[in-house]
Design a protein around this ligand. Structure first.
Ligand code: NCD
Ligand code: ZN
Ligand code: ZN
Length: 426
């Protein structure tokens, strides 16, 4: 199949090409220029639209195997494609935990058969994510894992995190760390602040996240071992990473759209969809996260798409599970809260959602160019819409952004030269 995209604004991390024509044949971009006239099976008029390199999700939960009542590989990747993603890394807190070559292969094979995006499995750091014994990193890598994480759980023991860092350094593979001190969290549910007190909900202090972030930066520096910090949510964590980078510590990090878009005010009405770990913080934290994105302290925007079903989320906020879906709102939230507010420019979107994630994983892609992979997100930067339940592609509906007006929308997603999302056709 061939696709010809005419007269589009092509945006890469390192520059913008206006009035670009892109010819796709098979799985590649075979020509990219201006003023081209070409025949193709499908022609897209890109006038008024923007093309980004397909987004790469560094952190999501597809719930497959074992928790497929929440989401599965087919529905999850379909939602990812609707968000402009062409590849997603899925976290190992599945059932059973993704800690064996067999499960890694199951995920990859199922994604190849039924997926709308490439699925890159993140394997567990410790067996069963129990924090007691390292998994077989080499064997898991060979099976196709791209990184290691016990996401959902911290690696609590110092000797375990040290062993994991040494192994990941040796194998040159990313170690993605969920920073949380469970003893300090206790029975906390939302950010520990004025809003939690007003709503009468137990709080999670910033220190729950920051002390573990500090510990792991300390060890990464000592061992000269690269680490990646997941879902940074506080001003203090941003500052810890900023200083570490300035000191030459090999640390990278991500944040989620919810941390730069909303605050813990959202929990005042006890909405379980606003319950997420780490929790939504205060305005000062939200602004610090934006600043960290603007100055490059924060490398990547990762959604932490965490689907839960409606019954689970219909419980009291104390009982409902942590997490919110994110694939379909990441781009509009980035446009609405980072681009339109002047925090970042257009090329930064390509950097934060595609180029940097590809660099961290050392995967090919993240750039629109001749002979490069035909992985493309075609977006309308100006379209406004009210996000509602009916438009959600994911199996799960747990979003705190329902009912909000957002700007910026994905129109088409192309992966390996094929449409994985076409809003007009849906
Ligand atoms: N972020 C969340 O609130 N929940 C995640 C786990 C995690 O990312 O830590 C989940 O798996 O549901
Ligand atoms: Zn986590
Ligand atoms: Zn997660």
């Amino acid at each position: 199949m061939s696709i010809f995209i005419k007269n589009i604004m092509a945006v890469n991390a390192d520059g913008i090409q206006k009035g670009a024509d892109i010819l796709i044949e098979g799985e590649r971009i075979v020509e990219m220029g201006t003023g081209l006239v070409r025949d193709a099976d499908r022609v897209i008029d890109g006038t008024g639209l923007v093309a980004f390199p397909g987004f790469l999700e560094l952190h999501c939960h597809l719930r497959d195997p074992g928790l497929v009542y929440k989401e599965d590989i087919m529905t999850g990747t379909r939602a990812a494609a609707a968000g402009g993603y062409t590849a997603v890394c899925c976290m190992p807190n599945t059932k059973p935990v993704t800690d064996s070559a067999e499960i890694v292969r199951y995920i990859i094979e199922k994604a190849e058969k039924s997926g709308y995006a490439e699925v890159l499995p993140v394997a567990a750091i410790t067996r069963g994510m129990r924090g007691e014994e390292l998994t077989d990193f080499a064997g898991l890598l060979k099976a196709g894992a791209v990184a290691f994480s016990d996401d959902g759980m911290p690696v609590a023991e110092d000797k375990m995190i040290l062993a994991a860092m040494e192994r990941a350094k040796e194998l040159r593979v990313p170690l993605m760390l969920h920073e949380e001190d469970l003893a300090k969290r206790g029975n906390g549910v939302v950010h520990d602040g004025e809003n939690a007190r007003q709503a009468g909900i137990a709080g999670i202090p910033r220190a729950v996240e920051e002390t573990m972030t500090a510990r792991d930066i300390f060890y990464a520096e000592k061992l000269e071992a690269p680490i990646h910090i997941c879902h940074v949510s506080t001003a203090g964590s941003v500052e810890l990473v900023r200083r570490a980078k300035a000191n030459g510590v090999p640390v990278t990090c991500e944040t989620g759209p919810h941390y730069f878009s909303i605050t813990d005010e959202k929990i005042l009405d006890r909405d379980p969809n606003a319950k997420v770990n780490p929790p939504l913080r205060e305005t000062g934290d939200m602004l610090a996260v934006r600043e960290g994105i603007a100055d490059g302290t924060i490398d990547v925007i990762a959604t932490d798409h965490a689907p839960h079903n409606e019954e689970e989320k219909a419980q009291e906020i104390e009982k409902a599970p942590f997490g919110m879906i994110g694939f379909e709102t990441a781009f509009p939230l980035t446009v609405t809260n980072l681009l339109d507010t002047g925090v970042i420019g257009l090329t930064d979107i390509a950097r934060l959602l595609s180029k940097r994630p590809h660099e961290l994983l050392k995967t090919a892609g993240g750039e629109l160019k001749k002979n490069g992979p035909a992985d493309i997100a075609i977006c309308d930067m100006n379209e406004k819409f009210v996000y509602n339940k009916d438009m959600i592609v994911s199996k799960a509906k747990n979003s705190p952004f329902l009912g909000m007006e957002l700007k910026g929308r994905v129109c088409y997603t192309i992966r390996k030269g094929k449409f994985t999302y076409d809003r007009q056709a849906d």
